[in-house]
Design a protein around this ligand. Structure first.
Ligand SMILES: O=C1O[C@H]([C@@H](O)CO)C(O)=C1O
Length: 539
């Protein structure tokens, strides 16, 4: 079956947290429409760029784009940006069931509201390894009153202007800003656009909640007051069920949890998100968990749940390590990998500019998308020097601010042998500020990977691979690396194309925290001309 969608992308004045600002909307809304499909279906989205002066590109996050690498929606990697007034068609197969997201992949436009959900169900006759009565979805976000332009200008300026902590947290596009603190601008606490989202449940029933995070910066804990949640799916893969009272969720991740409406039915409960891993300065985001037949807007008289301490990185690592594959759905390539790529994450200063680097290279996007450059053998359009596979791990001190002088800009890439097994290790380190290391959720395009290890401190390439979990690792497309820690994963380079791999914190990717992998590009079919038109790909 093919699902056709027609989307107008336009700026509209919106008040998701009661404060009015220009948001990028899809058919008038943010979040955009949910895409519903069945495993194996084709999704066709005709995107009309109705922004007057800005390009766009939309990424289908978690969809592997097997056979359609040009539909990945990554500006500069798989396509030229879609110009104002133009129409672009994305067409792809949703190859496995699960919860996925879509969002802008150009500049900082995700923070302007261009995002939504993709839900893929199993084909008839196939059953999930868990049961529920019905299915609801929550998409979590953080929100700034400054425009995406103002945020990105700060990041690329001297002196550096950091985006700062978000003004509010949104659940299904609804948040609450304290209008009494507003000096200029329009803020109306009674605007129905910012009324809290309501999840209505019938006492005694069991629900599957699909939870996705598209935050531009924040890591969250998610809680439903007084209710435990059983985690059953992560990034479109079934996991061995674990019971949690609060769930850590990083930008780019999706989870499904099973919740039973088994508490006192005479009242409503809070659903809450709180910032972790950065010192919170944003009020708790909330929705109402409404027990039928109580009034859906009846706010609980209890205080909003706060969750674990923001800086409890040990408990975050504990959740990372507790998540294991469901025994019936796991199949990592055994043995030793063909290649180990060890990636040191550092914040650097280059010519005074604040940047992020991977093995001392701060990523920049080329003007000619790699997919076109490589498939059509266009020369001198990006740095041909291979991107570095390792860093000086014997002497580098991950607990000190980085010694800056050797960081450089580059748009060089990693070329992977087709069908080879690749291990990637993300090594976290100290930022430019003493005694500070952040959490980075890294997202791989075009693939799912097996998370084979996490560790505190410095990864040892001689010893640590021997301890990789090849028995029951979870499969994901986004994984966090915790402060001063490392995370290792394995994937098979079996999807012809060119794929971005980057920190899903929008400002960090904007500041250079990413790399690009190429595999089997010569096997890619004829490129559609609609992806071309920029740089050396002008036709
Ligand atoms: O990239 C970042 O910059 C700031 C800070 O390190 C400098 O102001 C911050 O918290 C980041 O995550």
């Amino acid at each position: 079956k093919t699902h056709f969608h027609n989307w107008d992308i336009a700026y509209k004045l919106k008040s998701p947290d009661c404060f009015q600002k220009l948001a990028i909307t899809i058919n008038g809304g943010t979040p955009g429409p949910t895409i519903d499909a069945q495993q194996g279906d084709t999704v066709v989205v005709k995107v009309h760029n109705k922004l007057f002066t800005e390009n766009i590109a939309i990424h289908w996050h978690g969809i592997r784009q097997i056979g359609t690498p040009w539909s990945d929606g990554t500006e500069g990697v798989t396509q030229c940006p879609i110009l104002p007034g133009e129409t672009f068609v994305y067409s792809f197969v949703v190859d496995h069931a699960g919860t996925f997201i879509y969002h802008a992949h150009y500049g900082m436009q995700r923070s302007a509201g261009l995002y939504g959900l993709i839900r893929v169900v199993l084909p008839p006759g196939e059953v999930e390894p868990f049961k529920y009565d019905s299915d609801q979805s929550l998409i979590l976000n953080d929100w700034w009153h400054k425009s995406a332009y103002e945020l990105s200008l700060g990041l690329s300026s001297l002196p550096f202007g950091w985006v700062g902590e978000p003004d509010s947290l949104l659940i299904n596009g609804r948040g609450r800003f304290n209008c009494s603190s507003v000096q200029g601008g329009t803020c109306n606490a009674t605007n129905p656009e910012c009324a809290p989202y309501v999840i209505s449940v019938v006492p005694g029933r069991t629900y599957r909640l699909r939870i996705a995070s598209v935050t531009s910066l924040s890591a969250f804990t998610f809680q439903i007051e007084g209710h435990n949640m059983t985690v059953v799916e992560a990034d479109g893969h079934y996991v061995r069920p674990i019971v949690v009272s609060s769930l850590y969720i990083y930008s780019g991740e999706t989870y499904s949890v099973i919740v039973k409406a088994d508490q006192d039915p005479s009242r409503n409960y809070w659903t809450a998100v709180n910032v972790v891993s950065r010192k919170p300065q944003t009020p708790t985001g909330f929705a109402i968990f409404n027990y039928y037949p109580n009034h859906p807007m009846k706010t609980p008289s209890t205080i909003l749940p706060l969750g674990p301490l923001w800086n409890d990185s040990a408990s975050r690592l504990k959740q990372d390590m507790a998540l294991k594959a469901h025994p019936d759905y796991n199949n990592p390539p055994p043995g030793k990998s063909d290649r180990l790529i060890l990636l040191l994450n550092t914040q650097n200063r280059i010519n005074g500019y604040t940047r992020w680097s991977v093995n001392n290279v701060s990523f920049t996007l080329p003007h000619t998308p790699y997919l076109i450059a490589l498939k059509e053998r266009l020369h001198n359009v990006f740095d041909q020097k291979p991107a570095p596979d390792t860093y000086d791990y014997k002497t580098y001190n991950i607990h000190q601010p980085p010694p800056n002088p050797n960081a450089t800009y580059s748009d060089s890439i990693y070329r992977l042998k087709f069908n080879s097994t690749v291990d990637v290790v993300l090594q976290n380190a100290n930022t430019l500020n003493a005694n500070n290391s952040e959490t980075h959720p890294w997202h791989l395009h075009g693939h799912d990977f097996w998370v084979v290890g996490h560790g505190v401190g410095k990864f040892d390439p001689e010893k640590d691979p021997k301890g990789f979990n090849l028995v029951d690792p979870i499969e994901k497309n986004t994984v966090a690396v915790q402060p001063y820690s490392w995370t290792a994963f394995r994937f098979r380079a079996d999807n012809p194309g060119v794929w971005a791999f980057h920190c899903h914190i929008e400002s960090h990717f904007f500041m250079g925290m990413g790399v690009v992998f190429e595999e089997g590009v010569h096997r890619v079919g004829k490129l559609p001309s609609r992806i071309k038109g920029c740089g050396a790909s002008r036709v």
